[in-house]
Design a binder for this molecule. Structure first.
Ligand SMILES: *Cc1c(COP(=O)(O)O)cnc(C)c1O
Length: 394
């Protein structure tokens, strides 16, 4: 038998010693935020991104089952060969209408959408200007593209502008999360849009956590900022979060989308999303459009969580999104608090480097419209108690 190279064993040991080794819990039944069975116990899930409680909605699961019976489970090929079906087509049109754009293109995941979009637009001489706290897939997208990547201080428009200007006459892309995935704050989109326009740079917004949740009709952080496709020409959305399904899309002008269809490698060289996932997502989009109470309920629970946390002296970050991080700092303490909450029936993820900067380990609490008032009140109480009785390991 081949021996494991020492470097691998010692890398794993180093993670263990630093308190950075990660492990998985296994969900055995139900993915509703309000109740999941995990490792054979029932817990309230405060770390899922199913913000509107749609992943298990009967309309969504019924659409999935029906489409699987009609089309089969697998798409069988990539979109440009024979994998593109009427369910994909219908969903793309509905997503374009929902985001107020001419056209949308489905990708298999948000990670792949970002690689595809940045990769298609960036050439070697392009400067890709990114927020420091952008999602890993956007950073990787710029790195893999071979373009010049430069990262500005978080949400710092002057720093972004300075870097855009420094790129001289070369092409530039300005790239940001709409809602930052580990902090929950919203990017200063209006100011970034002006900066991009002044420099004639493409602005790409990845609104994975804003779509369905922010804006009057759930159109996301771009809608909430009162911006249009003129301001934000490239909008990436993911379907695995508020939509409760799986996959991603990019929306924009028809010609731009046609360009991605022709040139985005992660669109061309991969199997199409299962058609049943597209059908389920269409059902979920109809609920997002037709049941605004889900969004209202979510925002009232977010306000309830923040008010309770304030009363209990739980330190919050400036977020009005469903992502409510509690900064801990120390990696081991973050895990200790998370483990204690789990033992009490509340599943809250501890997020450590490299997902977040060193020294900023945190609990990432996510609120869902599926939670009850009582569940939100209780998690804050248990959290406050755990914070009072645990201390940093150093
Ligand atoms: C989750 C996420 C992605 C990745 O989407 P997947 O569909 O899960 O691959 C991309 N960008 C941001 C900001 C995200 O939060």
């Amino acid at each position: 038998m081949r021996r494991t190279p020492l470097a691998i064993t010692s890398a794993l040991d180093a993670l263990e010693r630093a308190g950075l080794r990660r492990s998985r819990r296994t969900v055995t039944e139900g993915s509703s935020p309000a109740l999941s069975r995990v490792d054979d116990r029932c817990v309230v899930n405060f770390c899922s991104n199913d913000y509107l409680g749609l992943a298990q909605h009967p309309d969504v699961t019924a659409a999935f089952v029906r489409a699987a019976q009609t089309f089969g489970v697998g798409a069988g090929a990539s979109h440009l060969v024979s994998g593109h079906g009427s369910a994909h087509e219908e969903l793309e049109q509905a997503l374009a209408a929902f985001t107020g754009r001419e056209r949308a293109l489905l990708f298999s995941t948000g990670y792949m959408a970002n690689l595809g979009v940045v990769g298609a637009l960036a050439e070697r001489r392009t400067h890709v200007v990114e927020d420091r706290l952008n999602h890993a897939s956007l950073i990787d997208a710029a790195r893999i593209s071979g373009a010049k990547l430069t990262r500005y201080q978080h949400s710092h428009v002057e720093d972004a502008t300075r870097r855009l200007v420094a790129s001289g006459d070369d092409d530039a892309l300005l790239v940001t999360d709409g809602v930052f995935s580990m902090d929950g704050d919203v990017a200063p989109l209006a100011a970034l849009a002006s900066a991009a326009r002044a420099r004639d740079a493409w602005l790409i917004v990845d609104d994975a956590h804003g779509l369905g949740v922010l804006g009057a009709t759930g159109g996301g952080s771009v809608e909430a900022a009162g911006l249009t496709s003129d301001d934000v020409p490239v909008l990436v959305g993911t379907l695995g979060k508020a939509f409760g399904t799986f996959g991603a899309f990019v929306a924009g002008d028809a010609e731009l989308i046609e360009f991605f269809l022709q040139r985005a490698r992660t669109y061309i060289y991969t199997t199409a999303l299962p058609p049943a996932v597209a059908a389920a997502t269409l059902a979920s989009l109809r609920l997002i459009e037709g049941e605004p109470w889900r969004r209202e309920r979510l925002h009232s629970l977010i306000a309830r969580f923040r008010a309770a946390a304030l009363r209990e002296n739980v330190p919050l970050m400036p977020s009005s999104s469903p992502i409510q991080p509690v900064l801990i700092g120390d990696d081991r303490r973050a895990v200790t608090v998370s483990d204690r909450l789990f033992a009490q029936g509340y599943w809250v993820g501890a997020i450590r480097p490299p997902t977040v900067p060193v020294g900023s380990a945190r609990l990432r609490i996510t609120i869902s419209a599926a939670h009850t008032d009582e569940q939100v009140d209780r998690v804050v109480e248990h959290l406050a108690a755990a914070l009072r009785t645990t201390h940093a390991s150093i």
